[in-house]
Design a binder for this molecule. Structure first.
Ligand code: DAK
Length: 263
């Protein structure tokens, strides 16, 4: 694999892992992190053996403590606009990946950190992790999807409260409002995340992609149009080799062996 300065990219079997790696700045995201992320996503896209991607933080304290404030303070409004677009592009790229992406939040996920985590398919967190959109304390607003993905996940009222108070919430609170799927003791988070990743990695590649597409794209459509999307993807799954294999395996009382195809 390529060497990176601001992230670590690794694979564990068919699971790829991107670790944010600027521990001295609590993994705050700057332009170099964005570039490294883009290259790592190129690697993920180029390797069809990768079935799941996990994002996490190095250093034991933070997932990502936000966009790098020492960078932002020196950017002009137009440069900040480009930075915001680049961060949004990363989010959309993760959504466009055909594989599941899990945010494994092990510490502070503030501002841009909560936003990157929300652009993943779902979030697992350690008990001691923290979430929030504290931009309002800096006189700005979220610039990487916070005002849009947060209300879609937790509802408008809760999103407004978080964005307008800048409150930092615990992993448990984040779970209660539906931002986080599961919370684990810090020393169990990684193995639990990997366990879920391996479960998904054992499923059919095409059906994983179809589920992700239907939920992401359907979410913003009118119900009948969204269900039409599901019908089409469902029919395609039935036509895929994995769909045939899954149903034959059930009837033959054996474990399915999903080999991909049609994706
Ligand atoms: N940026 C830069 N450096 C940061 C940082 C950040 N977001 N967060 C922490 N650091 C640095 C600290 O400055 C400190 O550096 P040194 O002083 O050692 O050089 C080092 O990391 C350790 O942090 P602390 O000493 O502060 O550690 P504590 O345990 O005392 O406190 C903390 C941890 C997470 C509560 C605290 O560091 C903190 O409040 N950090 C800032 C959190 C924050 O406000 N995050 C939101 C940032 S704003 C946009 C795109 C995205 C966004 C906005 C616009 N567009 C491009 C338009 C998103 C904005 C944000 O994310």
């Amino acid at each position: 694999p390529m060497a990176y300065e601001n992230i670590i990219y690794e694979t564990e079997g068919n699971v790829a892992v991107i670790r944010f790696n600027r521990p001295k700045a609590l993994n705050a995201v700057n332009l170099d992190v964005v570039k490294d992320m883009q290259k790592a996503l190129d690697e993920v896209e180029a390797d069809p053996s990768i079935r799941v991607l996990i994002l996490t933080g190095e250093g034991g304290k933070a997932f990502v403590a936000g966009a790098d404030i020492s960078l932002m303070v020196n950017l002009s409004p137009l440069q900040l606009r480009d930075f915001s677009v680049a961060l949004h592009d990363l989010g959309f790229r993760m959504e466009a990946l055909p594989i599941p992406v899990i945010a494994c939040v092990n510490g502070f996920a503030l501002g841009g950190g909560t936003e990157i985590a929300m652009a993943c398919d779902f979030i697992y967190a350690s008990e001691d992790s923290k979430f929030g959109q504290p931009e309002i304390n800096l006189g700005i607003i979220p610039g990487a999807g916070g005002t849009q993905r947060l209300p879609r996940l937790v509802g408008k009222g809760m999103a407004k409260e978080l964005c307008m108070t800048g409150a930092i919430i615990s992993a448990q609170e984040a779970k209660e409002i539906g931002l986080v799927n599961k919370v684990f003791p810090a020393d169990k988070l990684w193995e639990e995340t990997l366990k879920t990743a391996k479960i998904m990695a054992s499923k059919g590649r095409f059906s994983l992609m179809a589920a992700k597409r239907c939920i992401d794209r359907g979410f913003n459509l009118e119900l009948r149009a969204a269900c039409g999307l599901e019908t089409d993807q469902f029919a395609l799954c039935m036509a895929s080799p994995d769909g045939r294999e899954g149903m034959s395996a059930f009837l033959e009382k054996r474990k399915p062996e999903f080999k991909g195809g049609l994706s």
